[in-house]
Design a protein around this ligand. Sequence first.
Ligand code: A2P
Length: 275
Amino acid sequence: MSSPSIVLSNGVNMPQVGIGMWQTPDGETATKAVQWAVDAGYRHIDTAMVYRNEEGVGAGVKACGVPREELFITTKLWNDDHGYETTLKAFEDSRKRLGVDYVDLYLIHWPGQQKTFIDTWRAFEKLYEEKKVRAIGVSNFEEEHLEELLAVCKVAPMVNQIEVHPDFQQSKLCDYCKKKNIAVTSWSPLGQGQLLSNPTLTKIAEKHKRTVAQVIIRWHVQLGLIVIPKSVNHERIKANFDVFSFELDESDLQTINAMEAGNRVGPDPKKFFHI
Ligand code: A2P
């Protein structure tokens, strides 16, 4: 079974379910995770400079046996590298570590201060115009950051990658992104694993004879979100992709939607890192 794709605003297809690489150690662990994921059907791999595993990911991409152009690889610009020239250099360093000719999606990892991310974005637009990246976007941007960027950009961001899981749904920001034709990717989609013994989700999982992780991933898919669960375990990597042969019904969706509790597991973009 293959993952459906979300069509980005520039027409690029982005596979809806990818493997997240945050907290995956570099080297053999990252390489194996990528190989197992591709064997299981994943075609989308999400890493970042700051995850320090781009080399291991790149080795997995080379070894996986699927042509590069069939894979969708995302990486991100870290906070220290904001600015025009520094971004161009940071991109080149990431590209080389990954061992690829182009990156599918390059994201600004965190907004920091508005005036700095605008310079950074100019470099992103250059990379996009030069076809070194197939799509550009942001991560952890809130409405105010996006407004600021949309007011001055030549190329609008195609993706915003934000924290989303059943007890932190960010529905207002998701609706805003939808209105602006910006696809949303959910990071920490399983709440960093904290939701996996939740009784409400366990009940829904029992009803469908599925795991809680599969129910959560399926919820993201049915909301039209791109979703990147992280795992380094072969069986869990396989199971997390096996979400295309069952469907949550309206009452399941309503029950999960009612779980919103404002429970962030990661940093608040308004407070995290101001350069
Ligand atoms: P592991 O890598 O050992 O599988 P998130 O994607 O929300 O950040 O969650 C990632 C966390 O959830 C990791 O600790 C990961 O551990 C764990 N995890 C991922 N998939 C599953 C699963 N199917 N069952 C149990 N734990 C999982």
